[in-house]
Design a protein around this ligand. Structure first.
Ligand SMILES: [Zn+2]
Length: 352
């Protein structure tokens, strides 16, 4: 089994929603959601980016929003900004859950702060967790909180989720839609990029609009990364990357993780999991052509998205690799996509 290092998951949100039962949710596993320790081990999940993510109060599990995304075209309103005072406590709690996962797993999962630690985990079969913040609501304008979270292990941040922050603007969920949906980084956003470069915190562009993407490209000295996004040429969601953006990512030695969310895979943009392997393989082929074989990996969005039924939860990773092998991807390429490219990207970004 080829181990898979993954660009994005939302398991911490499940713990945030039900903290009293975190041992059952993560350690024992209940067969719910996409991820828990026993299923990660069964699926060859070698680790990945664990997102500190705060749901917008109005939009969290809203059945009306779900219904709209099942019937494109749709254009959901952009969620409201969440202020620092409201964001800091749940963000600290989510980070705390990841630290707890490391302690409670008794050596099965390690919070990694360097690429060398991730490489060691890949060797020993320990799950390598990177602390990621999806939307910088819990970072204040002085950036003191950025230093605090960095000291706690934060190594990756998206300046925005799909809503505004004091740093920039995310894309609203819309299909069909260009990702060019609003203004670029704010002055605070430009300072955030510079400080992340100094601290060697990876900057994730997956939810940012096109002008914000271009601002980061102009200002950042790090490779450009979209941890969980797909090809706009094949699925015209606001969340996907245009060929121009893919070329820029490739040029900087960056990385894209394939998002398993059906709404960002299917050509019709529908949130319907009965799509088989076809859209997955088409996006992989397109991304491979646009990015080259050193800049593509997976960014499952497990526990944050509806995945194709053929993949399902984390135990579907070996099926995904088999489907790619049957499609003609050879073993060395599969090893790059499954973990080698992410590890090399972390080395380029972290420098250690
Ligand atoms: Zn996301």
């Amino acid at each position: 089994m080829i181990p898979v290092f993954d660009g994005h998951n939302d398991l911490l949100l499940r713990l945030l929603d039900d903290p009293a039962r975190r041992a059952e949710i993560f350690l024992t596993g209940e067969g719910k959601g996409h991820l828990d320790l026993p299923r990660m081990q069964a699926g060859g999940f070698a680790g990945g980016f664990f997102a500190i993510y705060l749901p917008s109060p109005a939009a969290h599990d809203d059945p009306e929003i779900e219904a709209q995304m099942e019937k494109p075209p749709y254009a959901l309103p952009l969620s409201d900004l969440i202020g620092f005072d409201a964001a800091i406590l749940p963000a600290v709690q989510a980070a705390g859950h990841l630290l707890w996962m490391e302690r409670a797993s008794a050596g099965a999962l390690k919070l990694c702060r360097t690429a060398a630690e991730v490489a060691e985990c890949l060797k020993t079969g320990t799950i390598a967790a990177i602390m990621h913040m999806e939307g910088a609501e819990a970072i204040d304008e002085s950036l003191d909180a950025l230093h605090l979270f960095h000291a706690a292990g934060l190594r990756s941040i998206g300046p925005v989720w799909s809503r505004p922050t004091i740093f920039g603007h995310g894309v609203p969920f819309a299909f069909p839609s260009s990702p060019d949906t609003g203004p670029g980084l704010t002055e605070a956003g430009k300072r955030l990029v510079a400080e992340c470069n100094r601290l060697k915190i990876m900057i994730d562009l997956s939810h940012i609009n096109e002008k914000g993407f271009d601002d980061v490209a102009r200002l950042s000295d790090a490779p450009l990364v979209a941890t969980h996004s797909n090809a706009h040429a094949l699925c015209a969601s606001s969340r996907n990357l245009t060929d121009r953006q893919l070329a820029m990512i490739r040029e900087t030695g960056g990385m894209v993780g394939l998002n398993f969310a059906v709404g960002f895979l299917r050509p019709d943009g529908r949130k319907d999991d009965g799509c088989g392997w076809d859209p997955v393989l088409r996006h992989m082929d397109h991304l491979l052509k646009a990015l080259g074989e050193d800049h593509l990996g997976f960014g499952s969005d497990y526990d944050g998205a509806t995945t194709p039924a053929v993949i399902g939860d984390v135990t579907g990773l070996p099926r995904l690799l088999q489907a790619l092998a049957d499609h003609g991807y050879d073993r060395p390429l599969l090893e790059k996509i499954a973990h080698g490219n992410w590890l090399a990207l972390l080395r380029r970004t972290f420098g250690t």
